[in-house]
Design a protein around this ligand. Structure first.
Ligand SMILES: C[C@@](CO)(OP(=O)(O)O)[C@H](O)COP(=O)(O)OP(=O)(O)OC[C@H]1O[C@@H](n2ccc(N)nc2=O)[C@H](O)[C@@H]1O
Ligand SMILES: Nc1ncnc2c1ncn2[C@@H]1O[C@H](COP(=O)(O)OP(=O)(O)O)[C@@H](O)[C@H]1O
Length: 279
């Protein structure tokens, strides 16, 4: 088995996000539909014998010690009692603080990759439990397929959705997740639904009004995209998205996007590229 590996850390969309309650520790209870995208950060791993865990690339704004790839590797190394280390290259593609789950996905890809490179043979459930200690979105990425999520995002039910193309717009803001969940004006009592219903008019993102009020450029991007298809914010923002009929339509909308924003045409992804590396 090789001791190097290159892997994608795919982005996610929250097709809807309902805040249905709050736990005693302050974390919010959610119902959300996670969709994997065939677009993300690119990570490379090389095993080391000396136990060191090193990030080999600079990530602007994220010191190595705080990077979720380093924190994930350290936590797994300690929990599994391994003496090996790893060098990690991070090619950041996803906008940070975009609600696309980039940091969480980087952590999940790191755990899946090291499960193989360090020959740990941990189960998917065990990796997900460790991932939850790093962030609420991490278990979903280890789960590795579209899912209906409850709790803080750790109770996952697989969903089969038809393939789709999306336009994703980054409206030039980075939204701190904690700020939005702490907001006084956030509603926390959306009625619990039994089966996920994906009609855009029967679901919503409860974080969206809070973000739109505080970050008007997010509201502007939603208004603009709404002229092409029903637009919504993903996660705690700032990115917004809309589902398109075809790849050609997605590319056409991206070509028309105002220059002040970044826009991408991206397709859904059926399985995480390292899905088979945990059972
Ligand atoms: C909102 C969502 C939706 O998928 O995604 P993002 O927009 O961040 O990608 C997630 O729930 C975010 O998950 P994640 O980004 O991993 O958040 P964490 O690091 O665990 O939490 C950051 C902070 O947000 C708050 N938080 C997060 C999740 C949650 N269910 N309730 C909360 O109150 C807490 O204050 C926490 O300290
Ligand atoms: N590898 C990483 N990639 C991105 N962000 C990271 C990473 N490691 C730690 N972070 C921190 O996590 C924060 C949230 O990033 P990200 O996951 O991209 O956004 P979101 O949770 O909105 O989807 C960043 O602002 C950054 O401080």
């Amino acid at each position: 088995m090789s001791d190097t590996l290159s892997a994608l850390a795919p982005a996610k969309l929250n097709l809807f996000l309902h805040v249905v309650g709050r736990r005693p520790d302050g974390y919010h209870l959610l119902q959300t539909a996670f969709r994997l995208l065939d677009w993300g950060d690119q990570l490379q791993f090389r095993c080391r014998d000396d136990g060191q865990i090193l990030r080999m690339t600079d990530v602007p704004g994220v010191p190595a010690e705080q990077d979720l790839v380093v924190r994930a590797a350290r936590r797994l190394q300690a929990a599994a009692g391994v003496s090996a280390g790893v060098e990690i290259h991070v090619d950041k593609v996803l906008p940070m603080g975009g609600g696309l789950g980039g940091g969480s996905s980087d952590a999940a890809t790191t755990l899946l990759a090291l499960n193989r490179l360090w020959r740990l043979d941990w189960s998917r459930a065990r990796l997900q439990a460790l991932g939850l200690e790093l962030g609420a979105d991490v278990p979903f990425f280890i789960f590795g397929r579209d899912a209906f999520a409850e709790g803080v995002g750790e109770t996952l039910t697989p969903m089969c959705l038809p393939p789709s193309w999306y336009v994703v717009i980054a409206p030039g803001a980075s939204v701190p997740t904690a700020e939005i969940f702490c907001a006084k004006e956030l509603t926390r009592s959306t009625e619990i639904i039994k089966m996920p219903d994906f009609a855009i008019h029967t679901t919503r993102n409860d974080l969206q009004p809070v973000v739109c009020h505080r970050y008007p450029q997010v509201a502007d991007a939603i208004d603009w995209l709404n002229h092409h298809a029903a637009a919504r914010m993903t996660g705690s923002g700032a990115c917004v998205f809309a589902s398109m009929e075809t790849e050609a339509q997605a590319r056409q909308v991206v070509a028309q996007c105002p220059e002040r924003w970044q826009a991408w045409a991206v397709s859904s992804l059926q399985r995480h590229p390292l899905y088979d590396w945990a059972v």
